[in-house]
Design a binder for this molecule. Sequence first.
Ligand code: 8YV
Length: 328
Amino acid sequence: MTKPRILVARAIFPEIIAKLAEHFEVESNPSDEIWTKAQLAAKLADKVGVFTTGSERIDAEVLAAAPHLKICANMAVGYNNFDVDAMTAAGVLGTNAPDVLTETTADFGFALLMATARRLTESEHYLRAGRWTKWSYDMFSGSDIHGSTLGIIGMGRIGQGIAKRGAHGFGMNVIYHNRSRLDAALEADCKASYVSKETLLKTADHIVLVVPYSAASHHTIGAAELALMKPSACLVNIARGGIVDDVALAAALKDKRIAAAGLDVFEGEPKVHPDLLTLSNVVLTPHIASATVPTRLAMANLAADNLIGYLTKNMPLTPLNRAVIAIK
Ligand code: 8YV
């Protein structure tokens, strides 16, 4: 009996390919070429499943070229690369990779906050350039993390992980804004208080963005919001490009209207706005918040297990549009 055909759209751990190959005929992408939309659509013409990452956009046009497709398994918790409505209309299940990356990503959010507030990369570049000739009293003075007010926008699992690190580890006063308020037990666990977006912007010493990307969250931080922030404040974005208006942020950083920013995600990434590259008060990392070996392996395993679970037993682990399962 021939095995069902699936596509793995990006290079991935060999053991994940081997695991998938026990169940499926796998077309993979070991050279990690980034396919155009037309190439991806052509490759999906005879596939029942696809393993995607954030770089593959699955929309109505791609789905129309994939008549046999039943599942798209994303190796990411965020799934703004999926048009979920179009997938549901086409009877295609989407799955994401939640939970397995929560603590690793919260660790990184905190690392980026620390690096930004304490001017870590800026000072390292200075040292490496051979410019450190003497100590001085105000050299690379930044702002404190401990005891300061941490504002978190987006209080899902990762936001809660960052809140706990701040409140329990660094004695921070944690305030948050979210579409819905957490229940009292979760708030107590995170030692976090719910405030309006405006109060958060005005009172936080440091702001971390962990909100999922959608049309509604586009430019959650733009010129108006940056104007409300303290001039001493740091802004950290580990959510998605497009949550921050990068042009407005670059202007605010240039004019020192806020102190500094730490960015792991960018509008139009992997391109980065050229103004950000020239500024010293911004820490820039290439979308690596979930990048530890065990976590990336866990994410890849979860995506693979969603493909295997759905295509062999009709039982995906982390479905996004559950309605599709009932229809099939
Ligand atoms: C991924 C992420 O590395 O999970 C997410 O939503 O942003 C990252 O952890 C990236 O999306 C690649 O799939």
